[in-house]
Structure formats: C-alpha cells, structure tokens
Design a protein around this ligand. Structure first.
Ligand SMILES: C[S@@+](CC[C@H](N)C(=O)[O-])C[C@H]1O[C@@H](n2cnc3c(N)ncnc32)[C@H](O)[C@@H]1O
Length: 325
C-alpha cells in the first residue's frame, strides 16, 4: 500500500487512520440526509463555527483543499494537519500520447466514463504485455464498453461476464450494431460471480489470462480478488472497485454495522481489534471513498454553494419531519 512517507509500516498507519476516523466521526458517520436528525450542527466546535461565519466563497473553497488562514482555530489547524499526514501517496500517470479512441457516434457515454475506459484499458494492455498474456476476462462488464476498447485497440481476446441478464442482451446488441466484426474475439457470459464461481471461470478455457473490472461494484471486487488467488491460469488482475457502501452487511443492530467482506486486509483487521469499528466504519464511512474529490469544490461560485446548501438542508428538514411523524 502507498502509505505516506512519514510512516514506515502499515500497522502504525492504519492505527492512526482509525484513531482519526474515530475522533472525527461526527463529520461523516451519518447520512447527509440525517444531519438535523442527528444534531450534527451541535457537534461542530464553536470556535470553528465562529471562524466559518466570516467565510467568503473563496475561503470556503480553499478549506476544501485544506488551506486556512492564520486566524483559524488551533483545533481546526490540527484537524487539517492530521488529515494531511494521513493522505496516501498516489502515483499520477499521464496517458501515453498515442492513446485515443473513437467511440461510436450517438452512444451516450459520458466524458468521465470514456476517460476511465481509456485509462484502464491502457493499464490492462501494459500489464498483459508484461506478462505475455493474450486474453482478458472483464468481470461485471456491463454493456461491454471496456471489452471492445481492449479488443479494438489492443487486440486481446475478451470475455465479459455480467450478472444482469438484460445488460448482457444490451451488450450483445451494442456489439452487433457497432462492432459486428468482433464476434470471434469478444463474447459475453451471463453469470453472477460468487465465491463458488471458481469452476465456471476455469471452464471458460482461457489460457494465461488477465482479469479486469471497471467499477466492479462492492463485493464483486473482493470476490474476484479471492478467486484470482485460486486460478493458476489467471496471471494478472487489474481491478477498479466502487460502491463500497453496497458491501453485504453481516449484521446490523442498534446502529452497529458489520460487513461480510470488510475489513479485507489482515493488518487492518488486527488493528481494528483495538477500536469499536462497528460504530464508525459503517455505510456512511464506506460512502466516503466514492465521493467527489475536494478538487471539485474549488471552482464553485456563491450561487452553486447556495443551491448545494439548500438541497442538502431542505432534504434534511424533510427527514427531521418524517422522523418526528
Ligand atoms: C457499475 S457497473 C460497471 C459496468 C462496466 N464495467 C462499466 O464500467 O461500464 C457494475 C456491473 O457489475 C455487475 N455485477 C455486479 N456484481 C456482479 C457479480 N457478482 N457478478 C457479475 N456481475 C456483477 C452489475 O450488474 C453491473 O453491470
């Protein structure tokens, strides 16, 4: 794991993350819809409120990037400093110059999705060439955008596995309409992958292959990580998980939540024994990983903040009224 430079071992890093999440759980441990029900405003330290009250839009946008001025309360500065120390290292890679792809006209794939498909497929290509692998299994392939790009641009044979039958049909229609020549090299299988899918995946008959997945929702990413370790012909895995808050719940009682597949890391499991994680590593925490980045705030103008604030608070008011009956 890419732990920050100030840490030498993952155990200490994970301990400090849990301590931070435990200490500041009032910020994230409830759905936004419940900020009034759970009286979150009363939990904001008073000196923070006083400081925020003097904010203009610029100050607010800078705060999202972790920037405050000299007059900020000490406890707010400490919060931001701790947060900064825990930020993992990301390796930022630019796309190779030659990486571009003409998607079929008239299909409604957003810019973000196109970017993700392009980036992921170029990583798949690099890793497959490294491992001398010729075919790819795309788990949770949806409508098959990634399989076609991997096939058209990088010439790998691809099998897409998808648990939703309707999507498999749509993927096949998409193929017939836009990539009829790919029938030999791109195929789909309707199958909902579970921990018992080992034989199904082995019986696909792929030799030395790569497993990939884009937005492999919730448990699917964990399931495939575990299966990957058992499939000897699978030589590499390039997975991009998402929707962590939809991980299967193990138990839910009196506001305590545990999950079937989280924590996944053995180190985190051991460190977590020193905390009551079922009280704060709940679904609102798991949602954090799929939030927009702080960067998305920095360009917002006064109007945009106003609309955002009203949407958030009006919804919270409705929740408060509903809870009070
Ligand atoms: C967020 S979508 C991503 C689709 C596609 N990879 C993309 O990026 O366009 C996740 C897909 O995974 C499928 N899926 C989720 N769990 C699955 C499972 N256990 N086995 C097979 N497919 C699954 C869903 O039906 C859905 O189509």
């Amino acid at each position: 794991m890419a732990i920050p430079q100030s840490y030498t071992d993952s155990k200490t890093y994970m301990h400090d993350c849990l301590q931070f999440l435990n200490d500041y759980q009032w910020i994230y441990n409830y759905p936004n819809t419940h900020i009034l029900v759970n009286k979150i405003f009363e939990k904001i330290p008073l000196d923070w409120v006083e400081y925020f009250n003097k904010f203009n839009t610029n100050d607010f946008n800078s705060l999202a990037l972790g920037i405050v001025n000299e007059n900020a309360p000490l406890s707010l500065k400490q919060f931001l400093r701790k947060l900064d120390n825990l930020k993992p290292k990301f390796e930022l890679k630019t796309l190779p110059e030659n990486i571009s792809f003409t998607f079929p006209k008239n299909i409604s794939i957003g810019i973000k999705k196109k970017h993700e498909i392009l980036c992921l497929s170029s990583v798949v290509d690099r890793i497959c060439r490294d491992k001398d692998v010729k075919s790819v299994l795309d788990v949770g392939c949806g409508l098959g955008y990634l399989p076609h790009l991997i096939n058209e641009k990088f010439h790998f044979k691809v099998i897409g596995v998808e648990g939703d039958e309707k999507k498999v049909r749509l993927a096949e229609e998409y193929q017939k309409k836009y990539y009829p020549h790919s029938i030999e090299n791109v195929s789909y299988l309707h199958n909902y992958i579970t921990k018992d899918s080992l034989d199904t995946l082995i019986n696909l008959g792929l030799d030395n292959f790569c497993i990939t997945g884009l937005h492999a929702c919730a448990d699917l990413s964990i399931t495939i990580l575990k299966l990957f370790l058992k499939i000897t012909s699978a030589k590499c895995l390039v997975i991009m998980p998402c929707c962590y808050h939809r991980l299967t719940i193990n138990s839910i009682e009196d506001g305590l939540e545990t999950f079937l597949n989280f924590p996944c890391s053995d180190i985190l499991k051991r460190v977590a024994e020193n905390f009551k994680i079922e009280t704060f590593l709940r679904r609102p925490f798991l949602r954090l990983a799929a939030q927009q980045s702080c960067e998305s705030w920095k360009e917002l103008d006064h109007n945009a903040h106003d609309i955002h604030a009203k949407n958030c608070l009006f919804r919270a008011i409705l929740q408060e009224i509903a809870e009070e009956g």
